[in-house]
Each structure stands twice: as C-alpha cells, then as structure tokens.
Write a protein that binds this ligand. Structure first.
Ligand code: NAD
Length: 374
C-alpha cells in the first residue's frame, strides 16, 4: 500500500488522498526506522527553546508522558539549561546551545528534537537537528514560508527521520469528535463554518515581528482556525481564499505585520469558512454546521483545557476529566517512531497550512480571491 505522508512536497490531491486513508491506514503504514530497531524503550526528547510554551506546557507534560521523557535541552542560556537538568534529572552534557546543535549527534539518549523557538527559526533549528539523525517535532506554524517547510521536509527525508508538528488539538477529545462527525457525516457535510481567535497584545513581542513570526495573528492564531476548518472537512484543504486586513489601532505593536484580519476559505464541496483573527481583540470560538446539525466550540475552542462544546444532537459534550494534549501528542509521536509509522500530524500537514496562509496573505495584499497552491 502507498505510504501515507510521503516526505517532500506532495500534490494536494496526493496529500488529501493520504489523509483520507484514516487511522487504520496510518496504523498499517511503515517507514523510517524499523520497529525492531527501537523496541519499547522510552524515547528521549530534547526541547529547543525554553520559553513560555516549553516551561508552561511541554516540560510539565514530559513529566507524565509514558513513551518519552526529557533527555536534554538546547538553549541560549546555560544557567537555565542547568536548572532544567537538575529538575528533570538529565546530565549537563545534554545541554546544548543553538551554535552547538551539531553535537546532538553525540547524544544517543536523544531520539526526538522538539523545536519550540520563534516561527522564523523553526527551519534553521529543525534542519540542524535532522542532520544529526534525530526525529523532529516543530511547533506551529511549521515555518514562516512554504519554501522553508520544503527545506525542512527535504532535510528529514535525507536523514531518514520523521517529522511532526505540535498540532496538539488532534489529541483533544472534542476536536476528535468534530473529526469523527466530519468523517461519518452524522450532520451531513459541514458546509458552513465560522470562528474567531484573538487576544490583546499589550506590548510588542516577537509574535508581531515579520522576521521572527512570519506575519501577525494569522501565523500565531489564525492557523488554529485553518486547522479546525480542515478537520471539519475531513482533512480536505481549501481551494481558494479571500481576505481583508483590519485597521491598525496599535501601529507601535503591529509595525510590519497585520493587526487583525477577516478571511474566508472555500472548499471544493462548496463548504465555506469565515474567520476573524486579531492581536487587539478577543475570541476563541469555532462552529461547523451541516444540513442535519452542528457542532459549536462556544468557549476556549483552542486552549489547553476547559473547552465548552455543544452539538445540536447531544447538547453540551463532556468527555470527562482533563486530557493533557501535549503529553498525548508527544507519546503518539514516540509510538509512531517505535512502530515505524507516520504521525497523524506530519510535516506535510504543517506545509499544507503554510500553503493556505500564503494564499491568505496574497489575497489580503491584492484584494482578490486567491487559489491555494499545493
Ligand atoms: P517564547 O518567546 O516564550 O519562547 C521562545 C524561546 O526561543 C525562548 O526561550 C527564546 O530565548 C528562544 N529564542 C531563541 N532564539 C531567539 C530569538 N532570536 N528571538 C527570540 N527568542 C529566541 O515563545 P513561545 O510562546 O514559547 O513560542 C515558541 C513556539 O511555540 C512558537 O512557534 C509558537 O507558535 C509555539 N507555541 C505553540 C503553542 C501550542 O499550543 N502548540 C503554544 C504556544 C506557543
């Protein structure tokens, strides 16, 4: 059978076809390091960048993961690395700087390198780590541009390592329910979608810097809406987009990027998604509606916990206690490596989303409906 998520640029048709193989197809697929090469030992993860997401989410998650553990760090601040080594019980030999990433090849305990630096550095750090033979997770968005995604995928292909994106919501039961609805069509095709994701950025941060972030809120927040729309379309990508930039109320913060944006995605089956994203607003919602019903993420659609989700059929959904999305995501990737199969959130999915992002920016710049190039 054809290997899902073959590395390197793939046509959209191929990619959608690969996605539609579904979980059963994924489970059967094999590629990369063979299962027998990595039996059921816990795999070592090195975090690259010890900022707020590593400190607040990934580090704590790596204390509860079953298939992997924190085995090292890459940081510009050695004292910080030493504090992490002490807390997580790894050797100070496993503290690397951004300039010494090539030495990761001397760290056999590190199997996976998780890139958690600003978006504009993901390609540089992921490629440096792939060259040392480590499997890669890159945080979202995968990179600033599709060209950078291609370079990352090529580096992973050359090194015969796997690549995954930090798309934690694929491991969230509410988003999984939406994907099930999209797959099984309980409500028919979910043809009408809308959503918003925004927060107020009070002072300038790298997230509003074109070089480090690749753009404004579309890169950071809008990607969640794009992901949700593709989930609701059973992983199909949109064929065309339109977009309009909002006014700049804080030009001191959003200097060379958009502050706010409305954008719409059109899908081949006639589905449409209308979205808003901003660094000077609020919102964390998503709704998808079919002829026979709807699912609505009314609050905290994309946050780590506390989602309020309803469907027309079941009312408020309750999938039980808190689920650690990051722990599940990393454990799944470690299991994929052990089993020699591809991640359900592969690099190709990150690249697909950058294709959509680039089309949205082009539509915003030109004011024209823009086709999404695969
Ligand atoms: P952050 O600013 O808190 O941390 C960034 C880290 O990168 C810091 O340790 C910083 O020292 C380091 N760094 C290295 N070179 C740098 C440079 N030239 N400029 C600035 N920082 C540099 O950011 P964060 O919130 O941890 O975000 C990191 C990545 O994780 C981003 O790609 C972001 O989109 C992603 N993220 C994902 C989620 C999620 O839910 N999946 C949540 C938050 C952040």
């Amino acid at each position: 059978m054809k290997t899902p998520f073959a590395f390197g640029p793939v046509s959209r048709r191929e990619f959608i076809g690969q996605l539609s193989l579904g979980a059963a197809g994924l489970a059967l697929a094999t590629r990369g390091r063979a299962a027998e090469a990595l039996p059921s030992k816990k795999l070592g993860v090195a975090l690259v960048g010890l900022g707020s997401y590593s400190k607040g989410q990934l580090g704590p998650a790596l204390k509860v993961t079953k298939n992997c553990y924190l085995a090292g760090v890459v940081t510009g601040n050695r004292a910080k690395g030493q504090a992490w080594a002490k807390e997580f019980g790894f050797s100070e030999k496993a503290i690397f700087s951004y300039d010494t990433m090539a030495r990761l090849s001397d760290a056999p305990d590190i199997d996976i390198v998780y890139v958690v630096t600003p978006n504009g550095l993901h390609a540089e750090h992921a490629i440096a780590a792939a060259k040392t033979g480590k499997h890669i997770i890159s945080e979202k968005p995968m990179a600033n541009t599709v060209a950078e995604c291609d370079a990352m995928l090529a580096a992973c292909r050359a090194a015969k390592v796997k690549m995954s994106i930090g798309y934690r919501l694929h491991f969230d039961p509410y988003h999984q329910e939406m994907m099930r609805l999209a797959r099984e069509q309980d409500f028919g095709p979910l043809l009408k979608m809308n959503g918003r994701r925004a927060f107020v950025m009070g002072t300038w941060r790298w997230r509003a810097d074109k070089k480090l972030a690749g753009g404004g809120p579309l890169m950071d927040l809008g990607v969640y809406l794009i992901q949700a729309a593709c989930m609701a379309q059973n992983h199909a990508a949109p064929i065309a987009v339109t977009a309009h930039e909002g006014p700049k109320t804080r030009p001191d913060i959003s200097r060379d990027t958009e502050e706010a944006l409305t954008y719409s995605l059109e899908f081949a089956n006639g589905a449409r998604a209308d979205f808003f994203t901003s660094y000077q607003g609020s919102g964390d919602q998503f709704r998808a509606e079919g002829e026979k019903g709807w699912i609505e993420f009314k609050e905290k659609a994309f946050t780590y916990r506390g989602s309020v989700v309803e469907t027309s059929r079941a009312g408020r959904l309750n999938f039980g206690p808190f689920v650690n999305q990051q722990a599940l995501q990393m454990d799944d990737f470690a299991q994929c490596i052990r089993d020699g199969r591809e991640s359900r959130v592969p690099g190709e999915m990150g690249r697909r989303d950058l294709c959509i992002v680039e089309a949205v920016y082009e539509a915003m710049r030109t004011g024209k409906r823009t086709l999404v190039r695969a």
